[in-house]
Design a protein around this ligand. Structure first.
Ligand code: HEC
Ligand code: HEC
Ligand code: HEC
Ligand code: HEC
Length: 488
C-alpha cells in the first residue's frame, strides 16, 4: 500500500469515527500514550505526540490578572509583578544582606521560571549555575556532564551553556514524565538524595502525583565552603525526617548543624544564617488533613479537564482560586463561593500570625543590633544571655521564614501554620526578654518601643524597586501593624 493510499484510508476512518462520535453520548476519552525518544528535551517535540497537553502546558504563560486570590496575585500583560517585601515590610528588614532583601516577587506561571530568574536582580542568582536546579530540565544532565564547572559558572554563563532554543524553558515534560509510557518519574538529583534520606524508594501513583512537584517545591540549601562559596549541588535539609513527617524542627536542626549550610550574613544582626525556600512539600505532607486523606498536589493544581472529546490533566498549573475552584469540585460538593471563603479565612489568619511573628522577630533583631553596637562601644554584654537570645532568635526567624516562603499562605496545612508561627512568636518574645535583660545589666536603657526603621530597608533596594506595582498593599487583614504602629 502506498503512503498516499494509507493516508486516504485513515482520513476516511477518521471521518466515520467523527460522525459516530457526534451521535454517541460525549463520554470523555483517556489520552493514548505513544513513545518519545529518550534524548528529547524539547516540549514542542513532545507536543507533536500530545498536542492537547502541550497546548495546556503553554497556558502557564498567560497572565492571570482577574484573580480572586487575595494573597497570590496574578500578573498582567505589563509583567509588573507583586513584591513580597512591600506586602510584608518586616521582611525587608530581616532579609537585608542578600538578594531576597533586594527583590522578592510573588511567583508567576511555570513558563516564566527561567525568564524571571534571568530578569531578577542579579544578587539573587549569585551562586551561579546551581540556581538552575529548580528551573531548567537540563540541570541533571549538565550536572552529571560538567560537574562543578557548570554548577559554579556565573549564572548567565551557565544559561548560555544550554542549547539555544531551550535556554528559557522551565518545568518541561521530561521533568515529570518517562518518555516510553508517560509514567511519572522525577528528574532532579537533589530529590533523589532527599528521598533516600527519608528512606523512601517505592511510590504509589498518588504519591508520584505529589513527587512530581516536590522536585522543585521543597526547601534546599546551596552547600558552601567556609567562605560561603558554592561547593556542590542543592540539598534538602531532611536529616532525621521521614515520608509524611519533615517538621520545621528537623529542618532547623539540619540547617544549624554545620557551616556548609550557612549561606548569608543578616545585615541587621550580623549573624551568619541559613535560609528556607518554598517548602510546599514539607509543609503539606506534615500531617495535613488533605495529605492524610491521600490528596496529591496534582489533584488541586492539575485537575482533570475536558479538552474536546478527551479527558486530560490540566497542565496549566496554577492556583485553584484562579480557576474558579474547579479542582476542589472534583471532591467537594460545596459551592465555589463557600470553598473560596474557607481558603480566605485560613489565609487571613495565617497572614495575621505572620505579622505578629514577623514584627516580634524584627524587634528582637533590632535589639541584637543594639547589643552589638553597645559591645562595639566597649560595654560588657553578658555573653551567656546574649548567646541564649541569639539561639532563640534564630529559632523564631527560621520558623517565620518557613511559613512566609511557603506559597499557600497557610492553606496547605492550616493548623501547622498556626503552630509554627505561634512558636515563632514565643521564641522571638523570649529572645527580646533576654536581650532587654542583658542590655539593662550593661546599663543601657532600652526604649519601650523599639524603632524598626522599616522605610530605611524598604527604600534601599536600588533600581529594581521601579518594577513594582505602586498600588500594592501591605497584607494586614486585621490591622495589626497599625495596632503596633510599626508603619509610618
Ligand atoms: C522544575 C521545577 C518545578 C516543578 C517540577 C514544578 N514547579 Fe511549580 N514552580 C516552579 C517555579 C520556579 C515557579 C515560579 C515561576 C516564576 O515565578 O517565574 C513555580 C510556580 C508554581 C505555581 C504558581 C503559578 C501561578 O500561576 O501563580 C504553582 C501553583 C506551582 N508552581 C505548582 C506546582 C505543582 C502543583 C507542581 C507539580 C505538578 C509543580 N509546580 C512542579 C518550579 C517547578
Ligand atoms: C487541597 C488542595 C491543595 C493541595 C493538595 C495542594 N495545594 Fe497548593 N494551593 C492550594 C490553594 C487553595 C492555594 C492558595 C492559592 C491562592 O491563594 O490563590 C495553593 C497555593 C499553592 C502555590 C502558590 C500559588 C500561587 O499562585 O502563587 C503553590 C506553588 C502550590 N500551592 C504548590 C503546591 C504543591 C507543590 C503541593 C503539594 C506538595 C500543593 N500545592 C498541594 C491548594 C492545594
Ligand atoms: C510538573 C510536572 C509535569 C510536567 C512538566 C508535565 N506533566 Fe504531563 N502530567 C503530570 C501529571 C502529574 C499527570 C497525571 C499523571 C497521573 O495521574 O498518573 C500528567 C499526565 C500527562 C499525560 C497522561 C494523560 C493525562 O492527561 O492525565 C500526558 C499524555 C502528559 N501528561 C503529557 C505531558 C506533556 C506533553 C508535557 C510537556 C508539554 C507534560 N505532560 C508536562 C505532570 C507533568
Ligand atoms: C482529591 C479530593 C480532594 C480535593 C481535590 C480537595 N479536597 Fe478538600 N478535602 C478532601 C478530603 C477527603 C477531606 C477530609 C474530609 C473529612 O475528613 O471530612 C477534605 C477536607 C477539606 C476541608 C476541611 C479541612 C479540615 O481541616 O477539616 C476543607 C476546608 C477543604 N477540604 C477545602 C478544599 C479546597 C478549597 C479544595 C480546592 C483548592 C479542596 N479541598 C480540594 C478531599 C479533597
Amino acid at each position: 500500500m502506498t503512503k498516499k493510499k494509507a493516508l486516504l484510508i485513515s482520513a476516511a476512518v477518521a471521518v466515520i469515527c467523527a460522525a459516530f462520535w457526534a451521535c454517541a453520548p460525549q463520554k470523555p476519552e483517556p489520552v493514548r500514550v505513544g513513545g518519545i525518544p529518550e534524548t528529547e528535551f524539547d516540549p514542542e517535540e513532545w507536543g507533536k505526540v500530545y498536542p492537547l497537553h502541550y497546548e495546556s502546558w503553554l497556558k502557564t504563560r498567560d497572565p492571570k490578572p482577574e484573580s480572586s486570590s487575595v494573597y497570590r496575585r496574578g500578573w498582567d500583560e505589563d509583567e509588573i509583578v507583586y513584591d513580597r517585601l512591600s506586602e510584608y515590610p518586616f521582611s525587608a528588614l530581616l532579609y537585608n544582606g542578600w538578594g531576597f532583601g533586594i527583590e522578592y516577587n510573588e511567583p508567576r506561571g511555570h513558563y516564566y521560571a527561567v525568564t524571571d530568574q534571568i530578569e531578577i536582580d542579579q544578587s539573587r542568582t549569585k551562586p551561579g549555575g546551581v540556581c538552575l536546579a529548580c528551573k531548567s530540565p537540563f540541570h541533571k544532565t549538565y550536572t552529571e556532564k560538567y560537574g562543578m564547572k557548570y554548577l559554579k559558572a556565573p549564572f548567565m554563563d551557565a544559561v548560555n551553556m544550554l542549547p539555544e532554543k531551550m535556554r528559557r524553558t522551565g518545568p518541561a515534560c521530561i521533568d515529570c514524565h518517562k518518555q516510553s509510557d508517560m509514567g511519572l518519574r522525577p528528574n532532579k538529583p537533589h530529590l533523589d538524595r532527599g528521598l533516600a534520606m527519608l528512606g523512601k524508594d517505592k511510590f504509589s501513583r498518588q504519591e508520584l502525583r505529589t513527587i512530581a512537584c516536590a522536585q522543585c517545591h521543597i526547601t534546599y540549601y546551596v552547600p558552601r565552603d567556609r567562605d560561603k562559596k558554592v561547593s556542590g549541588d542543592v540539598m534538602p535539609p531532611w536529616t532525621g525526617s521521614k515520608w509524611g513527617g519533615i517538621p520545621i524542627e528537623n529542618i532547623i536542626r539540619d540547617l544549624l548543624s554545620d557551616f556548609r549550610r550557612i549561606e548569608w550574613k543578616q545585615s541587621v544582626t550580623g549573624l551568619d544564617m541559613p535560609y528556607i525556600r518554598h517548602p510546599e512539600f514539607e509543609f503539606f505532607t506534615n500531617n495535613s488533613t488533605h495529605f492524610n486523606a491521600a490528596v496529591a498536589c496534582a489533584d488541586c493544581h492539575m485537575p482533570y479537564t475536558r479538552s474536546g472529546s478527551y479527558k486530560i490533566s490540566d497542565h496549566n498549573v496554577t492556583s485553584p482560586l484562579k480557576t474558579e475552584m474547579k479542582a476542589c469540585a472534583q471532591c467537594h460538593t460545596e459551592s465555589s463561593a463557600w470553598l473560596k471563603k474557607q481558603v480566605g479565612a485560613v489565609q487571613d489568619r495565617t497572614a495575621s500570625m505572620l505579622n505578629r511573628a514577623g514584627y516580634a522577630t524584627a524587634g528582637a533583631a533590632k535589639l541584637i543590633e543594639m547589643a552589638n553596637v553597645e559591645k562595639g562601644r566597649g560595654r560588657m554584654i553578658d555573653a551567656g544571655l546574649y548567646a541564649k537570645a541569639v539561639e532563640m532568635y534564630k529559632n523564631a526567624f527560621l520558623r517565620l521564614v518557613f511559613i512566609s516562603a511557603e506559597n499557600s499562605t497557610g492553606f496547605h496545612n492550616p493548623s501547622e501554620a498556626g503552630r509554627v508561627l505561634g512558636d515563632s512568636v514565643a521564641f522571638a518574645s523570649k529572645s527580646e526578654a533576654l536581650l532587654r535583660q542583658a542590655l539593662a545589666r550593661a546599663g543601657v536603657s532600652v526604649p519601650e518601643k523599639v524603632e524598626l526603621e522599616l522605610q530605611k530597608y524598604l527604600n534601599n533596594r536600588g533600581a529594581k524597586k521601579l518594577r513594582f506595582r505602586k498600588e500594592q498593599e501591605v497584607k494586614d487583614p486585621f490591622g495589626l501593624q497599625k495596632l503596633f504602629s510599626q508603619l509610618p
